[in-house]
Design a protein around this ligand. Sequence first.
Ligand SMILES: Cc1cc2nc3c(=O)[nH]c(=O)nc-3n(C[C@H](O)[C@H](O)[C@H](O)COP(=O)(O)OP(=O)(O)OC[C@H]3O[C@@H](n4cnc5c(N)ncnc54)[C@H](O)[C@@H]3O)c2cc1C
Length: 397
Amino acid sequence: MHCLMVSNLSNDNMSVASYDIIVVGGGVIGCAVARKLATHLNVLIIERKQIAAEATALAAGEITMAPSYTDSPSISDYANEFFRDYDGTGQFEFTERPSLELVPRDHEQEARRRVERLATDGVTVSFMEPDAVEADFPRFDLEEFVGVVKHQDTGFVDPYTFTMTLKDDAESRGATILTDTTVTGLRITDERVKGVETSSGTFDAPYVVVAAGWRTERFLRDHVQLPIRPYRTQCVVLDPNEDAGNEFPMGWIPGEHVYFRPEHNGDLLVGGWSFAEDDPEGASKSEDKAFRDHVANLIPRFLRGFERARFVNGWAGVDGATPDTHPIIDAPSDVPDGLVIASGFHGRGVMTAPIAATVVQSLIVGERCPFSRAPFVLSRFDSRSPDFEFHSISAGD
Ligand SMILES: Cc1cc2nc3c(=O)[nH]c(=O)nc-3n(C[C@H](O)[C@H](O)[C@H](O)COP(=O)(O)OP(=O)(O)OC[C@H]3O[C@@H](n4cnc5c(N)ncnc54)[C@H](O)[C@@H]3O)c2cc1C
């Protein structure tokens, strides 16, 4: 195996650079995959813009794997372990914080039954009565709620710093990063991937991992149909009258499709309101006024000291959704050999990045995967149509 330095390449295709693996897309998924594989293999990431240029840098950074994968605790444990170990690498920080799912009256029976079932399965979760919540978290006013489901194994990261740390690690392990270069197509011979065509020439590799975010479905349309559709989701940051405090928890309100987490400077980040997006290229990058108004009304209903909170900023971004909200991380048998898909992260790509890297490694290197890959296979869908009904998640839904 050999690798030509990209800087030595000319655009006239006189020489074709060869790698073991080409990763299409330099978001959090592409960088996590490249870092993992670069230990043993020559990896090239090709990114059409800059690293973390799209959904990744816009993420809220919530790491809520335990409530998101209640049926597969080994998946959430694996990801949480990764974040704990990775904390302190370069500038990267993982802040562990419990998450409170506020339970409205009409969800009480379901929530209590769920907590019982999950606790029996070994998930660190408990039902807290309103008095206990207000004693532990005095900023909460639970008058409108019957209690909370408290999830212990959750936290948050800065998604941009996380991705740049993964990228730096990948490079120090020998990976090459090529930015401002669009992959225009796959090179395929005899039903096997041979490499890619790009805006800067041709590259060879026996494996191509497509981690192109919501664009993956369009990029691969000529080769495989994928049930992935773009959706738009948004965040606002509020500066409360009083600092939210160092021990402020994370949380969400299922019926409102709104989640929140503290910022290190005492502000509160509030995210949610996700909708299928038919014009992802043209979608507004600003939060909707209706979402901002909704947050302004909702937050003081359960948090004290937010009555005159100042709006700091807001934004919106586009990610890829799947029908069951879990990603597709797979090398299906009916696509050309050597093609691996890692897309459809449906609002959880930052937290799922360590899982994606390990699944891709096991698919390519043949290593045993320490958890079941079943939730990620393409064949779990009866229909592969990208025209499915979009379901919003709010952390634990
Ligand atoms: C507002 C918001 C809040 C979110 N909050 C959270 C959260 O709290 N926790 C969480 O885990 N997740 C969250 N997410 C979801 C998360 O951001 C995504 O799931 C994740 O970033 C997906 O990563 P990715 O690498 O698959 O995609 P992307 O970040 O979109 O990266 C794909 C990359 O591929 C590149 N690309 C595409 N096509 C090509 C091509 N042909 N050639 C070369 N490059 C190409 C793109 O330029 C892009 O940089 C949130 C998302 C948004 C928008």
